[in-house]
Design a protein around this ligand. Structure first.
Ligand SMILES: Cc1cc2nc3c(=O)[nH]c(=O)nc-3n(C[C@H](O)[C@H](O)[C@H](O)COP(=O)(O)OP(=O)(O)OC[C@H]3O[C@@H](n4cnc5c(N)ncnc54)[C@H](O)[C@@H]3O)c2cc1C
Length: 334
């Protein structure tokens, strides 16, 4: 469906299919943002604090279209006269129930602060919550710690001309056994004033996905491998990623004229030590009765403190975080 190289190898029909898919892809209006979920976060912020982008606030019909080019005025995020305040660079370090409310301690620029509220929703990582909230029962802490975030390395490679990649045909490559297991052209998104310019000889961004978890030695479960993968992610140097990018792209596109030394303009390595939420794996995890899985037991509200995040759904996707947020808000408003 995505124009995989395997289709090319099954002869005329496969090549025709790939061509067809390629032209379809050309005409698809992509339901994705070029900067991924960052735009979703910006849409939420703009809805909550319309003053951050005064020219577009309230323009519901073109809300999505303008989000890529909207310039945010960060000074509007945390104003005492606004009904919603968003405080950046503030790391919560302790959350506790107090009489008729919750007290949150946080650190900003190395200084400790406290705020009080009627309720609080912890929307960070499950693994952290037991440290933030010592009053949780021990059994609940253990359940919160069960899942281990999946480490991922998402590498963006800007090449000066996409010609050698386009000449190869496919849009996305699955490369099992290679350092980067997925290599894909960045989707050619055009949205509002933001226009894709990646056709023909124009520059192109390739996205290369590396999963740093090692092979199982027969003794480990998925959670062990993710922890080991995180360590590997931290100890791998940029030079290693750079070399692997060059070697793999040369192997894939060198035959069409790709020259890593000449053609690569920039490489950005995003190391997600705590990437995807843990999803149960039937090879290693038992089948819990409904309501008895660690994420279900772990997310119970305690007093006026609720828990919401994709970990609390044991699902690694944005919609899970939204489902969790809706659940946590309903716990509060009843
Ligand atoms: C590389 C990558 C690609 C992805 N691609 C997709 C995709 O294509 N589609 C999709 O649906 N999902 C995708 N996801 C998953 C999606 O991003 C997550 O499911 C979603 O962001 C989870 O939302 P969340 O609110 O649970 O956690 P997060 O978005 O991780 O938010 C948690 C927030 O809590 C903050 N925080 C943590 N600790 C503290 C503290 N002590 N004090 C204050 N703040 C704190 C963090 O800084 C962070 O901002 C991707 C994830 C990754 C890593």
């Amino acid at each position: 469906m995505l124009g995989y190289p395997g289709a090319n190898s099954v002869g005329y029909t496969g090549k025709l299919l790939n061509k067809l898919m390629d032209s379809l892809v050309d005409n698809i209006s992509f339901p994705v943002f070029p900067d991924g979920n960052a735009s979703v976060a910006r849409l939420l912020v703009r809805k909550l604090v319309p003053a951050v982008a005064p020219n577009t606030s309230g323009a519901s019909s073109n809300a999505m279209e303008s989000i890529l080019t909207d310039r945010f005025d960060y000074s509007q995020l945390d104003r005492s006269d606004a009904p919603v305040r968003i405080r950046l660079n503030s790391t919560a370090v302790n959350v506790k129930n107090i009489d008729d409310g919750v007290e949150v301690s946080y650190v900003q620029n190395g200084k400790p602060y406290k705020v009080q509220a009627r309720h609080s929703i912890l929307a960070c990582y499950n693994g952290l919550i037991s440290h933030l909230c010592p009053e949780l029962p021990e059994a609940q802490k253990e359940n919160l710690k069960y899942g281990v975030k999946v480490p991922l390395v998402m590498t963006s490679v800007l090449i000066r001309s996409g010609a050698s990649v386009h000449a190869s045909g496919p849009v996305q490559y699955q490369c099992p056994g290679s350092y980067f297991s997925v290599v894909t052209k960045a989707p050619p998104v055009s949205l509002g004033d933001y226009r894709d310019g990646s056709r023909g000889d124009n520059p192109l961004v390739l996205v290369m996905l590396h999963a740093p978890a090692p092979r199982n030695n027969g003794q480990q479960n998925a959670r062990d491998l993710y922890r080991l993968g995180r360590h590997k992610l931290y100890t791998t140097t940029f030079e290693t990623y750079e070399k692997e990018v060059k070697d793999q792209l040369t192997a894939m596109f060198g035959g069409n004229g790709f020259d890593a030394e000449q053609d690569i303009e920039a490489i950005t390595v995003n190391r997600w030590s705590h990437g995807y939420s843990y999803e149960y794996n039937s090879l290693f995890d038992p089948e819990w009765e409904e309501g008895q899985a660690p994420h279900e037991l772990g997310r119970a509200a305690i007093g006026r403190i609720s828990i919401a995040n994709s970990d609390s759904e044991a699902q690694a996707y944005l919609h899970s975080a939204i489902d969790a947020a809706a659940r946590a808000v309903n716990e509060i408003i009843g």
